[in-house]
Design a protein around this ligand. Structure first.
Ligand code: C2O
Ligand code: CU
Ligand code: CU
Length: 564
C-alpha cells in the first residue's frame, strides 16, 4: 500500500509539467538601498488569488541586495503593509540596533534607516521580517530576499559570478495553502514547492560550470538537495561563506534558514535536461521532510504528501554556453581558521524542551522557558569566546539560528561534523537526542539595551516562543580565567508541594529568585544567601503550573515547575 502510494505520488510529481521560467529577482547595488514592503497578490492556483507580501516592484519576495565587504551601506526600509514588521539581515554581522529583530518594529507607513559597515566575507545571506509572533505569517506570504556579499578574495577565484547568467539565486520554499488559496503559517501539510516564488519552475542554465545559491526559506521543511541521476556537484560555501575547498558530493541537506552554494558542471550536457530534487526518503524520521512519525490515535492528520519521498523541485534545461564561461572547478577556495577549543572563556548549554517528551507540534522551549521580550537570557562579555552545547530533548529536529555571529561546529554527539558543515555557519539542525557543540566569539557591537536573538528557524516554533536573547556587554561579568559553566537550574522536587529546593549547576551564584504564575504575575520573590542550595516555601501556592526565575550575574534562568 505504502509502495503503491509512493509510485502514485511520483507519477503526480512528473505529471505536473515544469512550465514556468524561474523568476530571477532584480539586484540592487549600494551604497544606498531602498526596500519597501507592500501587500500584493499572486495567482498561484485557479480561483482566488493568494495574498502576498513583497518588497519593491516584486509581487513575491524582494530584490537581491549586493553588498561589498568593507563598504558602509544605508538601507531605507519602508513599510506599506497594514501591519507592523521588521527587517532582519539574517547572518550579517552588524550592531544589534540595526539587526532588525523584534526590538526594531517598523510601523505601518513608517520607515527605518539602518546604516552599517559590511564586515562579512563573500557569502549568501538573506533578509526577512522578525516581528515576534508574526515572523511565520509575514515570511510565508513572500516577505524575504537574498543578500549577496562580495569581497576581493572571492573575486580572485575562478568562479561563476554573473548574476542570473551563470550564478543563480534559488530561494526554495515549501508551503501550505488553505482552501481559499491563502498561505498557512502552521502548514505541516506543506506540499506547494516554490523556487523564487515560481511554481513548477524550470531554469535555463548554460552548458558550463554554473553556481547555484540555495536558500531554504521554508517555514519548516528540510530539503535533502541533489540532482536527478545522482549527478555530482561541488559545495563551495555554507551559511557564512566559502569552504576551504570544493566538496565533491551528491547531496546537500539544508534546514530552514540555511544556505549553501554549489557548482554544477554542465559542460558536457548541452541540450540535456536534469532536475534539482529533494531526496526526502533519505531523511530520518524526526526531521520535517523525512517520513512522518506514527501518530497517537485520534490526532489530526499532520502528514505532507512530500514527507519521506524523493521529488523534483526544479527542472534544468541545459542551453548553449555563454562567452567567457567557467569550465573547471577550483582546487581550493579559502582558509577558514576555526577558533581553538582551548581559547574558550565560557560554556553555555541550551536544551530544547517541550511540555512532554511526546509533543510534536510545540510549543517548544529553550531550557524550559518560553520567549520573553523583557528578559535578557544571557549577558555576554565583549570578546568572550564561547562553546555552546545544543541538546535536543524533543522528538523533532530544530534548526538553531543565532544572530550577530557566525560559528564553527565542533562536533555532533562527540563526533567531528561532516566536511560540509565545517565552514562558517549561523544555522545548525539539531536532530532529536542530538548534542551539537559550536564555538564562536563575540568581538564587536556592545549594546546594553538591544539584544540579539537566537531561535529555532522553524518559524512556527520561533513564533510560539522557541527563542531567546542575549546582550553583548562591555560591563558583563568579566571573562573568567577558568571556564565558567552556565548550566542548568535544578529545581526539585518537581512536582512539589511544600518546599522547593533550587541549585545552580555551574560557577554562577543566584542573586534573586521569583515565582511567576502562568499569567506572568510574580507571586513570591526573595534574595539568595549565596552559593549552595536555596529553599523556597511554596506551601501557599494554589496547585498549578509556575515558573521559577533566578537572576545571576551572567543572566536569567527560568524553569517550569508544578505545585501539587
Ligand atoms: Cu532568519 Cu532570527 O532569523
Ligand atoms: Cu538571523
Ligand atoms: Cu523548532
Amino acid at each position: 500500500m505504502k509502495h503503491f502510494l509512493k509510485v502514485f505520488l511520483c507519477i503526480c510529481t512528473f505529471a505536473t509539467e515544469a512550465q514556468n521560467a524561474v523568476f530571477i529577482p532584480d539586484t540592487l547595488s549600494g551604497p544606498i538601498y531602498s526596500i519597501t514592503m507592500h501587500p500584493d497578490s499572486v495567482q498561484f492556483f485557479p480561483g482566488k488569488k493568494s495574498h502576498t507580501f513583497a518588497y519593491n516592484t516584486n509581487k513575491y519576495l524582494g530584490p537581491t541586495l549586493l553588498f561589498k565587504k568593507g563598504t558602509l551601506v544605508t538601507i531605507n526600509v519602508k513599510n506599506l503593509v497594514n501591519d507592523t514588521t521588521t527587517v532582519h539581515w539574517h547572518g550579517i554581522h552588524l550592531p544589534a540596533k540595526w539587526d532588525g529583530g523584534p526590538h526594531s518594529p517598523v510601523l505601518p507607513n513608517a520607515g527605518w534607516n539602518p546604516q552599517f559597515k559590511v564586515m562579512d566575507h563573500a557569502a549568501t545571506f538573506w533578509y526577512h521580517p522578525h516581528m515576534h509572533m508574526k515572523t511565520a505569517e509575514q515570511a510565508i506570504k513572500g516577505a524575504a530576499g537574498l543578500i549577496i556579499v562580495r569581497d576581493s578574495a572571492e573575486a580572485t577565484l575562478l568562479l561563476p559570478r554573473k548574476y542570473g547568467i551563470d550564478d543563480f539565486p534559488l530561494v526554495v520554499q515549501c508551503q501550505q495553502y488553505d482552501s481559499l488559496n491563502q498561505a498557512m503559517p502552521l502548514g505541516m501539510r506543506d506540499s506547494t514547492l516554490l523556487v523564487n516564488g515560481t511554481m513548477n519552475p524550470y531554469l535555463n542554465a548554460p552548458a558550463q560550470v554554473v553556481r547555484l545559491r540555495l536558500l531554504n526559506a521554508s517555514g519548516e521543511r528540510t530539503f535533502n538537495f541533489g540532482f536527478s541521476a545522482n549527478k555530482q556537484f561541488y559545495q563551495i560555501a555554507s551559511d557564512g561563506g566559502l569552504l576551504n575547498a570544493p566538496i565533491n558530493t551528491t547531496r546537500l541537506r539544508l534546514s530552514p534558514g540555511e544556505r549553501g552554494e554549489i557548482l554544477l558542471n554542465l559542460t558536457a550536457m548541452a541540450t540535456q535536461t536534469l532536475s534539482l530534487m529533494c531526496y526526502g526518503s533519505e531523511l530520518p524520521m524526526g526531521i520535517q521532510g523525512g517520513p512522518t512519525m506514527p501518530m497517537p490515535p485520534g490526532s489530526p492528520p499532520m502528514d505532507s504528501p512530500l514527507n519521506g519521498i524523493d521529488y523534483n523541485i526544479m527542472k534544468i534545461n541545459v542551453v548553449s554556453p555563454t562567452t567567457g564561461s567557467i569550465t573547471s572547478i577550483p582546487n581550493s577556495l579559502t582558509l577558514n581558521t576555526p577558533l581553538s577549543e582551548s581559547s574558550a572563556n565560557a560554556k553555555r548549554k541550551i536544551r530544547f524542551t517541550a511540555d512532554s517528551a511526546m509533543v510534536m507540534d510545540g510549543p517548544f522551549y529553550f531550557n524550559d522557558s518560553t520567549f520573553d521580550i523583557k528578559r535578557i537570557d544571557y549577558r555576554i562579555p565583549l570578546n568572550s569566546t564561547e562553546i555552546w552545547t545544543l541538546v535536543n530533548k524533543t522528538m523533532v529536529a530544530h534548526p538553531f539560528h543565532m544572530h550577530d555571529v557566525q560559528f564553527f561546529l565542533l562536533d555532533r554527539n562527540g563526533i567531528a561534523v561532516d566536511p560540509q558543515e565545517k565552514g562558517r555557519k549561523d544555522v545548525v539542525l539539531v536532530a532529536p537526542e542530538d548534542s551539537v557543540r559550536f564555538i564562536t566569539k563575540f568581538e564587536d557591537f556592545t549594546d546594553e539595551q538591544i539584544p540579539y536573538m537566537y531561535h529555532c528557524h522553524i518559524l512556527m516554533h520561533e513564533d510560539a516562543g522557541m527563542m531567546g536573547q542575549f546582550i553583548v556587554s562591555s560591563n558583563a561579568l568579566g571573562i573568567q580565567k577558568s571556564v565558567a559553566v552556565i548550566d542548568e537550574l535544578i529545581v526539585y522536587p518537581n512536582p512539589g508541594s511544600t518546599v522547593l529546593l533550587l541549585q545552580i549547576n555551574g560557577k554562577n551564584t543566584i542573586q534573586t529568585y521569583s515565582v511567576i504564575d502562568v499569567l506572568g504575575k510574580e507571586i513570591i520573590n526573595g534574595k539568595c544567601a549565596g552559593t549552595g542550595i536555596e529553599r523556597i516555601d511554596i506551601s501557599i501556592l494554589p496547585a498549578g503550573v509556575y515558573f521559577l526565575r533566578v537572576k545571576m550575574p551572567d543572566g536569567i534562568l527560568e524553569k517550569k515547575f508544578i505545585k501539587e
